[in-house]
Design a protein around this ligand. Structure first.
Ligand code: GDP
Length: 363
């Protein structure tokens, strides 16, 4: 039909045929399916096949504090355990600015280029307070972030150091089951977290810097004692000589420490993470350590000790959680605290009362 306004009498005016206006929602967009719930067997199968999406999802379950997530996470960990353990686990620590991320990038790419699959995990108990971890952040490891055979996961953010560390330890199991043969666990060298990392790795690498004059100042003796290798970073340009001097200071200092149980003598090296100088020597040190400790069996002894440590840590964690989450305990906790602060009862009596309440509810 001719539009009336297209009548001859309206010259200069033409009304075109209308078009349907485009729908505001694309007709090709199918309704999004809610994410399918996988069973622990399906997760495990995916992980064993190296499916990274399923590995990531399983790690998220491990990290979750929801009871139903924990349940399935524990099942997955259990199923993956027989396939875990076949990797080299390296702990890496150093103060902020020491060059951890630059070095992890360089050390990691070196290994990947040799055909390895590398997982980079982190333990940062402060991340809950600072909202967001600075460790294990992909943007800090440019090459690894793009590498096909690298899996980078920032620190789990929830809970106590013990809780965070346990989650990382379980994540190691999942990564190993997924075929990652090299695991890095990164932490900042300023506090308690080194002990947690030390208790889950085979080799503990301490990154240091030269150039402060008194090199050993500010380094906790305990951290140096844990190190299987100390590497002085930024040995490039004008800094090479200073790094060498720092290395010999560290070597002298290490003589004063008791010999480690494994019989391995910690090695001090200089390198440059940024210019990728000396990376091969660091790997040679780690590989030498692994064959040395495997030969004298201390490698396996250490892993057994670590498993024992984590069994007790898990018991302590579970007991603590069930105590504080117990409704009868929670109802009385503040009251007991107040009475103790008012000097009406001693701390021991207050504690005993709460524990008695707890024990009476679980009988
Ligand atoms: P992190 O805080 O320990 O992770 O340290 P980063 O890897 O972020 O490095 C801190 C700073 O030191 C950055 O500006 C790096 O570019 C620099 N840096 C790291 N490694 C080297 C190195 O081998 N040589 C030099 N000259 N600078 C480096």
């Amino acid at each position: 039909m001719i539009h009336p306004e297209n009548d001859e009498q309206y010259k200069g005016l033409k009304v075109n045929r209308g078009v349907h206006s485009a729908p505001s929602v694309s007709p090709y967009l199918v309704k999004r399916q809610p994410r399918r719930e996988y069973t622990s067997a399906e997760y495990t199968e995916g992980i064993l096949n190296g499916n990274i999406a399923l590995l990531s999802q399983a790690v998220t379950l491990v990290e979750s504090s929801k009871a139903e997530h924990q349940q399935i996470a524990q099942e997955i960990v259990e199923r993956c355990l027989p396939h875990a353990g076949r990797s080299i686990r390296v702990g890496i620590t150093g103060v902020p600015g020491a060059g951890k991320s630059t070095s992890i990038d360089a050390l990691g790419m070196y290994r990947i280029n040799q055909g390895s699959k590398l997982a980079v995990l982190a333990i940062d108990p402060s991340s809950e307070r600072t909202k967001g971890s600075i460790l294990g952040d992909k943007t800090r490891m440019e090459e690894l972030a793009r590498a096909k055979n690298a899996f980078i996961r920032p620190s789990p953010s929830a809970g106590s150091l013990g809780g965070v560390a346990r989650k990382t330890r379980e994540t190691i199991v999942l990564c190993e089951a997924a075929g990652f043969d090299t695991i890095f666990v990164e932490t900042v060298g300023v506090g308690q977290s080194e002990t947690a990392v030390h208790s889950m790795v085979d080799f503990f690498l301490l990154i240091q810097l030269a150039g402060t004059g008194d090199e050993l100042q500010g380094i906790k003796r305990g951290i140096m004692e844990m190190a299987d290798g100390i590497v002085i970073n930024k040995a490039d340009g004008d800094n090479i000589e200073k790094a060498r001097m720092a290395a010999s200071q560290f070597r002298n200092a290490l003589h004063l420490f008791p010999a480690p149980e494994s019989g391995w003598k910690p090695i001090v090296l200089t390198y440059s993470g940024y210019y990728k100088l000396g990376i091969d020597e660091i790997w040679k040190m780690i590989d030498d350590y692994i064959s040395f400790t495997k030969q004298n069996n201390s490698f396996f002894r250490k892993r057994s000790e670590q498993s024992k440590y984590w069994m007790y840590e898990s018991i302590h964690d579970a007991l603590r959680n069930s105590f504080y989450n117990n409704p009868s305990v929670a109802a009385e906790l503040k009251n007991a605290e107040r009475q103790m602060l008012d000097n009406r009862v001693s701390s021991f009596v207050a504690a005993k009362r709460l524990i008695d309440i707890f024990l009476s509810t679980i009988k």
